[in-house]
Each structure stands twice: as C-alpha cells, then as structure tokens.
Design a binder for this molecule. Sequence first.
Ligand code: HDD
Length: 687
Amino acid sequence: MDMNDEKKSVNENSKNEQLEAFRSRDNEDKVMTTNQGLKISEDEFSLKAGERGPTLMEDFHFREKVTHFDHERIPERVVHARGFGAHGYFEVYESMKPYTKAKFLQDPNVKTPLFVRFSTVIGSRGSKETARDVRGFATKFYTEEGIYDLVCNNMPVFFMQDAIKFPDFVHANKPEPHNEIPQATASHDTFWDWISQNQESAHMVMWTMSDRALPRSFRMMEGFGVNTFRFVNEEGKGHFVKFHWKPVLGTHSLVLDEAEKIGGKDPDFNRRDLWENIEMGNYPEFELGVQIIEEKDEFAFDFDILDATKLWPEEDVPVRLIGKMTLNRNVDNFFAETEQVAFHPGNVVPGIDFSNDPLLQGRLFSYLDTQLIRLGGPNFHELPINRSVCPFHNNQRDGYGRQTINVGRVAHHRNALANNSPYPVSEKEGGYAHYQEKVEGHKIRARSDSFKDHFSQATLFWNSMSEPERQHIINAFSFEVGKVKTKEVKQRVVDMFANVNLELAKAFAINIGCTPPSTGSSTVTKSSPALSQENTPKKAYTRKVAILIADGFDFQQVTEIIAALQAEGAMPAIVSDRQGIINSSSNNQLEAKHSFITDSSVVFDAVYVDGGKNATPVFQMEACQFVKEAFMHYKPIIGTNEGKQWIEKEKLGGSLGVFLGPEENPDFVNQFVQGVASHRFWSRVII
Ligand code: HDD
C-alpha cells in the first residue's frame, strides 16, 4: 500500500478526536466490577475467616484493588518534575518555504494541534510553583508529518556548554543528598560550589537571579529553544535558527517577598492561574518567533553561535514572528496527559534539523533514555497523549505494555514475504534525510576557544536591566548566596560575579558578610533593550483585583469601579471578613467569594478598598494589612469612603499608584484602571 493512501489531513481537532477513543466517562449508573469485568457484591469488607479473623489469601478482589493502588506511582521526572499542561493549536502567519520545508510551517489555513507542558525544574512533583527557578515550556506539535517537540525554557541560555556536565549540575542543584534539604531552591552550598567552579554558568545565573525566575503566570513567560537548530528548505539549503515564544500578554514577574508568601498560601498558584483562565475562555496566546543566521555568517559574531550560554541579541539578529499558538483546552486527566507526556528534542520533522551545539547533541540522547525508565519501557509512544496523529508503521515489536496487535508474521526489513513493507521512502517522498553537513576532525575531549568568553553576555544582561530589575538581582544574590554556609564558597561567588559587574558584586558581598571585590574585568558597555521586562507589553486584561467591602459599603461606587475594571478585561474579586452575602448601605448585595481567612493581597494584582459603614475594627485592621502589603509590592491601590480614610491614616495617600476619590480626584477611577494596566509602581517610595 502506498503511504499516501492513508495520509489524513491534520486539523485543530485531530488530537482531540484521537483522544476521544481513549476517554472513559461511563462510570455513572454502572455496576462496579473487577478489572476482569466480574460484578462486585461488596467493596468495604475484605474476605475473612470469621468476623474477627484474618483476611484470606483467596480474596482476589482485595488483592487486585490494593495491588493496583500500590503501583499507582511512576518515577517523577529527574528534572522538571512539577509541571502543568494544556491543549491548543498553532497557526503559521505566512509560508516559511524559503527557510524550511516543515509542512506545519507552510499554510496559514492549517491549525496544527499541540500540547504544552510548563514546569519548574528543580523541585519535586509536590513542590511550590513560585520557587526561584527556570521554567520549562515544552510543546508537542501533532503534525501531519509526525510529532515535532520544541522543548524550551523561559530563559534563552543554559548553565553549561556541554551536556556531559548536566548530571553534576543537577546533583549540585537538587536538595543535598545526605539530608534532602533544601527543597525547590538553589540557595545552598552545593549549587553555589558548582557555579563558582564552572564560570561558563555566569550568564545563566544572571537570568536565574533576575525577575525571569519568578513568573507571575505561565501565560506571561517567554519561551526559548536555547540551542541552535537548523531550518532546511526544499532545495536542501540550511539556515541556523533559534526559536522563541513571545507571550501576547507580555513577560511579567512576581516580587521575591510575594513569591515566597504565595508559596505557602497557594503552592499551585501558576497552574491554578492557567487552569482558571482556560476555563473562563481567556485563552493564552504565544507568538512563535525565529532568529535566522545564514550559514555564511556562522563566524560573523563575537560569540560562537553553537554555544548554549550565549543568546543572539535581538537588536543584531531580529526575531521574526511567524505564527501563533493558542491554548484553549484543559486536560481531562492530569496523570494520563500531563504526567505521561514525553518530550524529546530529537522528535523533528523534515525541514528541521540539529546543529553541532554540544549541549543539544547530549540532549538528543537523554530524553528518549529517561522516558524508558519513567514510563516503564519502549512503548510509551502508544500512550494516547504521545501518539502521533499521522499513521506510524515499522518493524518494532513487543516490550512491556504493548498495545498494538501487529497482524501477520513479517517483522523484518528487508522482506519479500510482505512485498517489502513497510518500506523507507526518498527525501522527495517525505523521508527524513539528515542535513549533509561536512564534518571532520580528530577525536578529542576539548572545547573550541570560541566558547571561552564566559562573562561578556552576563554583563550585557546586567547593562540591559532597569534600576528596579538590578536591585532585584542584588536582592536575589543576597538571599540565595546568603543561605550558603561555607564562607569560601560565598567569597568565590562574589569574586566570580565581579567579572560581570563590580557594583553588583560589591553590593551583595556586603549583604552576605563577604569581602567586597576591588577589581572587576568587564569592559562591556553594550546593552539589549529586548532583555528588560520594562519594555514588554502591559495590559489590565486578566489582572486580578481584590475589592474589599464590609457591610454598609457604597454599592453605586463599588459597582462603578468593578464595571470600569471589567471593561478592560481585569478580574475583580470581592473579599470580606467572611464569605457570602455582603449588604450595602442601600440594601443592595454582593457576594464575597474570598475572605481575609482564605486569601491575602499576594494573590491579587491590585486592591480596591471601599470599606463599609458597618465595618468592624477587626475588618479595618485586616483591610489595612491587606493594603499595606500590596503597597510594599508596588501594586496599584484605590480607596473610597471608609477605605480612603484608612489609607490616609496609614499615611499611604499621596504615594505613587495610590488613587483616592472621587472628591480629591474626579479622574481617579480611570487612573486606577490605567495603573492596573501598568502593573507596578517601581518608583514608589516604600517607607
Ligand atoms: Fe532538559 C526535561 C528543557 C538541557 C535532560 N528539559 C526537560 C523539560 C524541559 C527541558 C522543558 C521538561 C519536559 C516536560 O515537560 O516533560 N533541557 C531543557 C532546555 C535545555 C535542557 C531548554 C537546554 C537547552 N536537559 C538538558 C540537558 C539534558 C537534559 C543538557 C541532559 C544531558 N531534560 C533532560 C531529561 C528530562 C528533561 C533528563 C527530564 C524529564 C524528561 O527529560 O522527560 O531528559
């Protein structure tokens, strides 16, 4: 049979339709059975020898039930254990034919289904989501030519240049092996010992000490393919390419104190945000960007384009936006989809190929290998979430958990018994052909001199930061390295980062009791505005605003402000000293779904306090605390009626981003809504 006979076109719904065949929703009104289909008469008492006697071995139902339970867990991912996934689709804006023959990048009318898993890296499966960490951003495209995995992080560089160092780095970063402390953080001796012995990590450490490591939402992070890949077009011409995801909502972060508190209040903060927004129809969107370098320009830069500790400054190599992904469907079952999904940077389609980046080369081994232990054998491609939507045929057989029943006696290539099927096809007919790059050299364990500048781009990153971003980096070093117990390690970190920027190293050295360095080596003055989050899009859309009201609140004023926020797509949430109905002074009612007991200001982006004529002293105290905390986190605040008086009593009136009215300022609602859209007032003086 010709392969083309069974080629189906892929559309937005192809994956969903395929998954439907595996969904089970038929438990309702059904008799309980064993896994063998036997009807069960009793599910609460095990079979015993006498009412007070021992349980009998022959109780097959008990054994089946408990055995299944005993085996419910699989090993968590060795890195990126905690993650959260969603389904969606991708559309290309215009054909990328000049650069790549990948089919899903040709036709703007085609919607390619996909699945994304966002993750933290170091924490275990149950760890808090707001830890200072890199975030994973892995996308599985179900294309008509097979699966394409784009396995990204939210930072564009990596800790090392060669994958052989990855196990050492992860061992140093994970909780220390003797006592498994600390969880989900790099703030300990082994991590900083490794960093200070591996100076190629300097650039990536600058990113992890920056606001990028504390994303406000998975919906508000960039994604970067990090490694250099290759586009190959129909003519066989190659171009180097780096991939980017740009969130339509812009790139936004939490502040450190907020992130730490949320870690306790709501360890699921990021997944809850993604889940709820998809449920509400606020579908997250990310544009796919590519940076392209011609092969003739491989050596035209002052860094090696195969070095994963280097980015390609966007001002030098512009990011071209070539398409958009929309996430529009939550999973039905976390384990079946998010936990069992298996990514692999080696899952490519014709038109996408690799470079000789030594980090990428190592990744191409690790991902398939890790799935074998994690998912228990070689048949994980048959799991519904991992199945390609285009047909797959080969002579691979058997193994744990095999589901396909391959009919017939032939499982070998080349055969005459089955008309030499399945058979390979030429490149012209869609067969994947590796890019024919000419390589030669001696077998050596060495690294090119072009990989040896470890600090210039770390300084470029520092130079590109706004003043508040720099202060956050100093705070982060002071916190993370401050937790290190070994003095020599701390001092080595200080001395290492003096090579990035002397003022930075001096500032955190003082905070952590080290000797401030007197010399630094960086002469780099270049900056890249694209690296600062100050220059990212900002919107009020989906920002959460706490509305603090007590009994006797001003219904007309409160509903006017709620309507103004909703008009911009912000999400007001009523908070009071109790959940339930709150009565206004005019006997109208609003329902509080949040209380001071269940929530605090850290899980909101802005605060409105109206108060209420019947507010108790305890309400006033709680509301003031709520507002003060939001104030400390530079958030927009608005006050009316009693709320306004409390804000003034706390001496917060007149501060930047605090809006009181209507008497003092008739335009205060409008200004507050604009404030919600600008997110934080960094120039506010915090007393
Ligand atoms: Fe990796 C998982 C991203 C370097 C080895 N990696 C993993 C995931 C992401 C990344 C997003 C989670 C996928 C998921 O949600 O299931 N990794 C990256 C990026 C890197 C990188 C952007 C730098 C360019 N990784 C890297 C190296 C190695 C690995 C150098 C090994 C030599 N990564 C793995 C792994 C994981 C993994 C052990 C753990 C779970 C999994 O693969 O499926 O194979």
